[in-house]
Design a protein around this ligand. Sequence first.
Ligand SMILES: [Zn+2]
Length: 257
Amino acid sequence: MPQGKAVDLRGRQFVVRLKEVFDQERRAGAVVSTQDPAGRVAKALGLGKRTVKDILSTYHHTGQFLAPTVEAKGRVPVARPRSLYRTFKLQHWNKEGKAVFGPGAYRPDPTEGITAIADLPQPEMVPYNRNDQRNVCPRCGHVAYRDKQSHRTLHDLGNLDLSCPRNLVITYSQHYCSKCRKYFNADLSDLAPPGSHYTHRVIDLAVRLVVEDGLPYRPASWHLWRDHRVFVPFATIQNWVEAGGKKGAGAHGHRLP
Ligand SMILES: [Zn+2]
């Protein structure tokens, strides 16, 4: 702000509030989280996060601090936040002259802004059977009978009909090869890499978002949640991309149903 330019009352309030928040952070400890900058601004200035995002969106799209005005015939121009402006532009009128929203109307994701995992929709649990009576030993080819069974949970792409995440709960067999005198598990490598909590198709999609579409890791993480209902921390996506796709990548011939 140029020197000498008057700061209005609202601006002065923001200055005091912001300084108070910075002081609180200093007292809280040596380390301050830099996560969720929009949320921190909202908290510091006593505004709603939605309001902060609308202001930022208006500024990033128009370079202006004030929201665009919508001039309707015979009406006083009304200032609207950009999200409402878009909805207004896309709506049309039915035969009774009532406004109906077109297919392009903007509706924010209902989970946006949720910070507690417990508030997110619960996953659909899909049982998956790899509990074979007999299996071929991967070392020697000997046919080995089932010794016991175990379970493994994999995060898959979500169920978009229910708008919830989807977990595959796999029951798999463990076998004992009497020739090698060693245990081995039913092969799950077509579903997920060894040790991974995510299916191949989640990993493949995440890597494509970054490599093909050029999304940074954090937006890619949000995209996976918003459009595919699978929660992947951005650092996990980074690990996948930097590992060249997936750790322990092997041939996975047949795909999930
Ligand atoms: Zn064997």
